[in-house]
Design a protein. Structure first.
Length: 235
């Protein structure tokens, strides 16, 4: 029986690239995202590259945390074991004091509440199993706040903090937790013309980071990993 990886935000960008990595590793994939059409396209793409890969898709609105709770609970009931969870679902919105309540709520729901909800449910499952891996996609904006995206930075700072706490809580149970904190990644979410795409971090860099973390010896562990964008640091 193949190992199972749940990947949120898997229909595009970082999530889809990481799905390709776990498909290469022979995992059964459970892909979650808002847009069902994009999910099916991602599934077809994966099957065209890895014909033997088992891919399940589930459209979920991450702006609705109870819906995420229902979806993750059903996945846990269906699969006897969950080996990996990657929380890649996220939204970006510029603004600080001028941000509307609706947009602020979306940032908190998608980036924070839904991520924590998925983590909590899967973490309890992994504690019972005695093993597992959880990767949360944070941001360098969660390490050093960026005023132009203040609310976004706040949600990512919360995820960094939560992941660090989860790391220590789950370590005695044989469950690894790492928060990956990239700067500007080349995805449609950051395609605002401010930085030439060729100078951004590639989505493959996130998959390579996971591969590196998983290649470490049993005595080594990484709770967070910052991936800087060279051109930003040169500013």
């Amino acid at each position: 029986m193949s190992k199972v990886a749940i990947i949120t935000g898997a229909s595009r960008g970082i999530g889809k690239t990481i799905a390709h990595y776990f498909a290469q590793e022979g995992y059964t994939l459970v892909l979650l995202s808002l847009n069902n059409e994009n999910l099916e396209q991602a599934k077809a793409e994966l099957k065209s590259h890895y014909s033997s890969c088992l891919v399940e898709t589930m459209p979920v609105d991450f702006n609705n945390p109870p819906e995420v709770e229902t979806a993750i609970t059903s996945i846990i009931k269906k699969h006897e074991e969950i080996d990996t969870l990657v929380n890649s679902a996220g939204v970006l919105a510029a603004g600080n004091t001028d941000l509307s309540l609706a947009k602020l709520s979306e940032l908190v729901n998608v980036n924070l509440l839904s991520t924590i909800t998925a983590c909590n449910l899967v973490a309890e499952k992994m504690k019972q199993q005695g093993y597992g891996e959880i990767y949360n996609i944070g941001s360098t904006a969660g390490l050093v706040p960026v005023s132009k995206i203040a609310a976004y930075s706040a949600t990512k700072a919360a995820i960094v903090s939560y992941s660090q706490s989860l790391y220590h809580e789950l370590l005695p149970f044989g469950v690894k937790v790492c928060c990956l904190c990239p700067s500007v990644v080349d995805t449609d979410m950051t395609n605002d013309g401010r930085i030439d795409n060729k100078f951004k971090i590639e989505t493959q860099d996130l998959a390579k980071a996971i591969r590196f973390i998983r290649s470490l010896s049993p005595g080594a562990t990484i709770s967070s990993l910052s991936i800087r964008c060279r051109i930003i640091d040169l500013e």
